[in-house]
Design a protein around this ligand. Structure first.
Ligand SMILES: *Cc1c(COP(=O)(O)O)cnc(C)c1O
Length: 356
């Protein structure tokens, strides 16, 4: 038998989450965001589970080409556009849509000789201050693109910084976007997962769900379950060692956990080299045999320790869920001081994935 750690990939849950988003945004088409290897779930797996998706959005040109070569016929959007002029030729060849966010992009488009005109998403900065033209200049750039022979059509795009924070919301950015673009009369794409749930007025022509597709809540104060989302990834392993501790014994590197009394602990075959967060502190929840227990001491590269004291039936071979069906990845992420996105993306190549 091999090392017992495994990630389960629930294709039906992914399809369910995509459908839920379609129901929430009935007048929009939805790009399934599959950057970063499908948020760590495996690009091919994710795309295969969504055969009827309206489109896919991704960052990596080679991965986009792989999708086309693999028979994906839907629109594919490159969220950061191209990184040099030569990549435009490949975009035309493989019919990839591109975000355009800088004057260089526009100049490259104007000077290129392409096998077909491209669908362009003009990225506007409305306050995130990451990529994009100042929203107020939208008209100038949209005109340039309208007269460019290599541009088939233009969609206006922006990205919100605080759609997941109800106290701030999208009001300022959405207002700036609307004011700058109202008379351009072009289709728009502004909604990430949080915006899809919280701001129907900003759905536009294309929504861009990422984390919600994978069954995680984009909000700190609302669970995925209460939003109707199902977890796609379950990470599980087993207890491969048991130790009996007496008061004063410590656990793991740095001896950071000290037993206050007699305890039984289980050693689980899962560590940071599998993608479990090293900074998950003592107390981070796990599910042991269907019941909640907790991490003790520091997470090692290949192992972590959990409390078996209250579970006399647990021992070698007991199943342990790190996150997934029985334990929300959002809860584990919060305990570890991070977000589910980081945990999903961090799953490492050595963890075998089984499609269920
Ligand atoms: C990653 C990304 C998304 C998806 O965001 P989620 O919060 O995961 O829904 C949407 N739009 C752009 C531009 C992105 O880079």
């Amino acid at each position: 038998m091999s090392r017992p750690i495994e990630a389960l990939f629930n294709a039906a849950a992914l399809a369910h989450n995509y459908q839920l988003i379609q129901q929430l945004a009935p007048n929009a088409r939805a790009f399934a965001v599959v950057k970063a290897n499908g948020y760590g779930h495996g690009l091919k797996r994710v795309v295969s589970a969504l055969p009827a998706a309206d489109g896919f959005a991704i960052l990596e040109l080679d991965a986009a080409i792989q999708l086309r070569a693999g028979g994906v016929n839907q629109p594919i959007l490159l969220l950061e556009g191209v990184f040099d002029a030569a990549e435009l030729i490949e975009c035309a060849l493989y019919d990839l849509s591109i975000a355009v966010h800088s004057a260089e992009h526009i100049a490259w488009l104007e000077q290129a000789t392409l096998s077909r005109p491209l669908h362009v998403f003009l990225k506007l900065n409305t306050g995130m201050n990451r990529l994009g033209f100042p929203a107020e200049t939208a008209k100038t750039w949209a005109e340039r693109l309208r007269f460019c022979k290599n541009v088939a059509d233009v969609t206006l795009m922006t990205h919100f910084a605080t759609a997941d924070e109800p106290a701030i919301g999208i009001t300022d950015q959405w207002g700036r976007f609307c004011e700058a673009t109202l008379d351009l009369n072009l289709p728009i794409s502004t909604a990430n997962s949080a915006t899809i749930f919280a701001y129907p007025e900003a759905h536009g022509a294309w929504v861009r769900p990422g984390v919600a597709l994978y069954g995680s809540s984009p909000f700190a104060d609302r669970s995925a379950d209460c939003l109707g989302l199902r977890p796609v990834m379950t990470l599980h392993s087993e207890v491969i060692g048991v130790q009996e501790l007496v008061a004063g014994d410590t656990v793991g590197y740095g001896a950071t956990f000290v037993a206050a009394h007699t305890m039984r602990i289980g050693v689980v075959a899962c560590g940071y080299a599998d993608g479990y967060p090293r900074h998950a502190p003592t107390g981070t929840p796990v599910v042991l045999n269907g019941q909640r227990s907790r991490v003790l001491g520091r997470v090692s590269m290949d192992m972590l320790c959990i409390d078996l004291t209250d579970f006399p039936d647990a021992g070698l071979g007991s199943p342990v869920e790190l996150w997934g069906e029985q334990l929300s990845i959002d809860e584990v992420a919060a305990a570890a001081g991070t977000i589910s996105y980081e945990l999903m993306c961090a799953l490492t190549a050595r963890v075998p994935v089984r499609v269920v």
